[in-house]
Design a protein around this ligand. Sequence first.
Ligand SMILES: C[S@@+](CC[C@H](N)C(=O)[O-])C[C@H]1O[C@@H](n2cnc3c(N)ncnc32)[C@H](O)[C@@H]1O
Length: 258
Amino acid sequence: MTKSIVEKRSYSALAEIYDEVMADVDYETWADYIDEIILEHNPEAENLLELACGTGTVALSLEELDCYNITATDGSPEMIEQAVRKGEKVHSEIHFETMNFLDIHLQEKFDVIYMIFDSINYLHSEDEILQLHNQVKQVLKPQGIFIFDFTTPRNSRKAIQFLHNHQKEISDDILYYRQSSFNGKNRIHTNHFRIVKTDSADKSKSIIAEEIHKQKIYTQQEMEAIIKKTDFTILQAYDGFELRPAHEKSLRITMVLQ
Ligand SMILES: C[S@@+](CC[C@H](N)C(=O)[O-])C[C@H]1O[C@@H](n2cnc3c(N)ncnc32)[C@H](O)[C@@H]1O
């Protein structure tokens, strides 16, 4: 296999095939879960801000409920480009914008700010997580809530089995290949994506893009200890997609803060 393009920024090349890569993720259920949490903790909420919205699938699903005004942002312009494209197809009124969640510059204040799919795991230090909370606080209304989830070391150990050496055909000539590893010592979970193109004439394969994503994996105790240093109160730490408390075997924990 030849390699014609060097490593790319996270979620640049991947953006175009992201929805195919995530085809097995049940985003509708995820959107329903966010809605359930909102009904439980801030039922009057109308104005939502999504951080790290990716290609906008959850925001678009929440919009279908017809009860929220939504702004959705992501740090990757390529992911936002895909989100805007999908939004236009369904005449969405969501305002999509490229924005680093460590530097949120919006005038409006929101009832709910949410960020899903372990996006916070892209922050590798306590200082960055504190900065995120500080930024969120600037655009959250006083009684507003901040919802985010993160994955645990237990999840990384289990997930390696299906994440590692995973490949999928995206079209006749494009496939993606993922290698995944977890370092239990520094708790860095690495996903290495390669996008491979097959030449239609001679069937030779070449890597046209690759991205290496590194996520820092936190325990519940570590995450809660960091949050205690912010001005937020923990309303709940939920287990996965349930409305019951997280526990030591939780694979994904959804935090609700006020
Ligand atoms: C695992 S994806 C999740 C995307 C989307 N929430 C979903 O559920 O499909 C992580 C997302 O976090 C975004 N991201 C990572 N670091 C970011 C940052 N500092 N600011 C804004 N977005 C960021 C990436 O661009 C990517 O879209």
